[in-house]
Design a protein around this ligand. Structure first.
Ligand code: NAD
Length: 481
């Protein structure tokens, strides 16, 4: 079955593109083109924003009751639940996410987000009556923020799309979704499901496009709020435009998270945990804990255990259910990771596993060798910059205070973990590390709780009631006494 597409989803219909430009979606495993889709131009973005604007200003969606919107989103959720396998497979094909990860995070997790947001919306204080300071009533309402520009990245495309589309829908917003050019296919399936669920025309519009068209969308006067997930570099540019225009903006950006391995940790269980928290999605994860902090006393043990663990992970065809590390999304990403591996060696770090070159048994595909560096100083660039691949740095610390200091010595503040036999002590470490989320002996995102970054990792929060609030404006109405 062909995965090709020839139209955009605009105003509840399949709309012909304004130009004949196309995006070629290439398998990172075979390096073959698997589909061609139209590439959005600024004219296509304009058409999508116009449809979203009309649907917001004149359409039924923002005026429906929260319960009526919940019913439509529940339909969507039920339809989505029936497509989890197909969705995960599409994402594995387009960006090379190992099927073992895709069948956990690329479609079941987005579906779980929908269900969690539905529960939050049912309890949300859409309109409440309070007794004001003057003893008279005040009505406090949460109204939709308006037209949303939702811009996800390619690494977890549905995960980062759903965290915007679902709260925006529930709040009564309309939107333009601009998927990354690497991963347009999953969003087409999502469009079909939204359509079938009964989302009215113009409420969700989808145009896959490159960053220039994305910048046009961000600056568009018809857009009220930008919800962006991607690199910190792009986030800064977007924040500047939104600041100038006083647009609402939420940013989920990069990370360089630290896993602190304390001496009382169960080393075998820690290594099992790090396979996921450090290397999920082949290391192409914003929350990946790529700085492994080990005490000087236990340093050799941690380095050896980590090298042995990573060496045992299966690298290769992402469609193979046993694969744990797949290819990088694109050749440029493979080159970027290789540059960092070379840089780490120049900086004086010691390769204990991996290094540059293709993994054993592979001669094509955008693969890199999973690499573990020891003797890493936290000031090195490989410890400070987001590599976005399967490259881990083991950094020594003197004591717990030093470990916390090193974890915090980063431009980023997205996530982190501590591995310890003392859970209460671990929670205390969690309180001291300046990141938006933190795990003790685990790292599992809970969609009922807010997620986001401190410092250069972002502005605002997704998930939980906080994530829904970002799609509302708050209004106070003063009735007569
Ligand atoms: P990217 O910033 O290059 O692109 C992200 C998206 O933004 C793409 O759709 C791209 O086309 C678009 N874009 C880029 N520049 C833009 C601009 N100036 N205006 C409008 N749109 C623009 O990032 P990427 O390489 O696709 O994704 C990887 C990055 O995403 C990593 O830094 C990763 O940490 C981050 N990420 C963060 C989270 C999080 O929740 N914090 C989650 C996943 C990924």
């Amino acid at each position: 079955m062909s995965l090709d597409r020839t139209a955009f989803y605009i105003d509840g219909d399949w709309a012909a593109p304004a130009t004949s430009n196309t995006i070629r979606v290439v398998s990172p495993h075979t390096e073959q083109v698997i589909a061609t889709v139209p590439e959005g131009s600024t004219a296509d973005i304009d058409a999508a924003v116009a449809a979203a604007r009309r649907a917001f200003d004149e359409g039924p969606w923002p005026r429906m009751s929260p319960q009526e919107r919940i019913d439509v989103v529940q339909n969507f959720s039920n339809l989505y639940a029936a497509k989890l396998g197909e969705m995960a497979e599409l994402i594995t094909l387009e960006m090379g996410s190992p099927t073992s990860f895709a069948n956990l995070a690329q479609s079941p997790a987005p579906w779980m987000q929908i269900e969690t947001f539905l529960g939050i919306a049912r309890e949300f204080p859409w309109e409440e009556r309070r007794t004001g300071a003057l003893g008279t009533d005040v009505i406090v309402r949460r109204e939709p923020v308006g037209v949303v520009a939702a811009i996800p990245p390619w690494n977890v495309p549905q995960f980062t799309t759903m965290s915007k589309v679902v709260p925006a829908l529930l709040a009564g917003c309309t939107m333009v979704v601009k998927p990354a050019p690497e991963t347009p296919l999953d969003t087409y399936l999502m469009a079909e499901l939204l359509h079938e669920a009964g989302v009215p025309a113009g409420v969700v519009n989808i145009v896959a496009a490159d960053r220039e068209a994305g910048a046009h969308l961000v600056a568009h006067p018809g857009v009220d709020k930008v919800a962006f997930t991607g690199s910190t570099a792009a986030g800064r540019k977007i924040a500047a435009v939104c600041g100038e225009q006083l647009k609402r903006v939420s940013l989920e950006l990069g990370g360089k998270s630290a896993a602190i391995v304390l001496d009382d940790a169960d080393l075998a269980a820690t290594m099992e945990g790090l396979k996921f928290t450090a290397l999920m999605n082949s290391g192409q994860a914003c929350v990946a804990q790529t700085r492994i902090l080990a005490s000087r006393a236990n340093y050799g043990n941690v380095v050896d255990a980590l090298a042995e663990t990573v060496a045992g992970m299966q690298v290769g065809d992402p469609m193979d259910p046993a694969t744990e590390i797949g290819p990088m999304v694109a050749q440029r990403q493979q080159e970027r990771v290789e540059k960092y591996i070379a840089l780490g060696q120049e900086e004086g770090a010691r390769v204990v596993l991996g290094g540059n070159g293709m993994p054993d048994g592979l001669s094509s595909g955008w693969y890199v060798r999973p690499t573990v560096f020891a003797d890493v100083d936290n000031r090195m660039r490989i410890a400070q910059e987001e590599i976005f691949g399967p490259v881990l740095s083991v950094i020594p610390f003197d004591d717990v205070d030093d470990a916390v200091r090193i974890a915090n010595d980063s431009e980023y503040g997205l996530a982190g973990t501590v591995w310890t036999g003392d859970v209460e002590g671990g929670i205390d470490v969690a309180r001291r590390v300046r990141t938006g989320t933190y795990g003790v002996n685990t790292y599992t995102m809970d969609f009922a709780a807010p997620f986001g970054g401190y410092k250069a990792s972002g502005v605002g929060r997704e998930f939980g009631p906080e994530g829904l609030s970002h799609y509302t404006e708050v209004k106070s109405i003063y009735p007569p006494a």
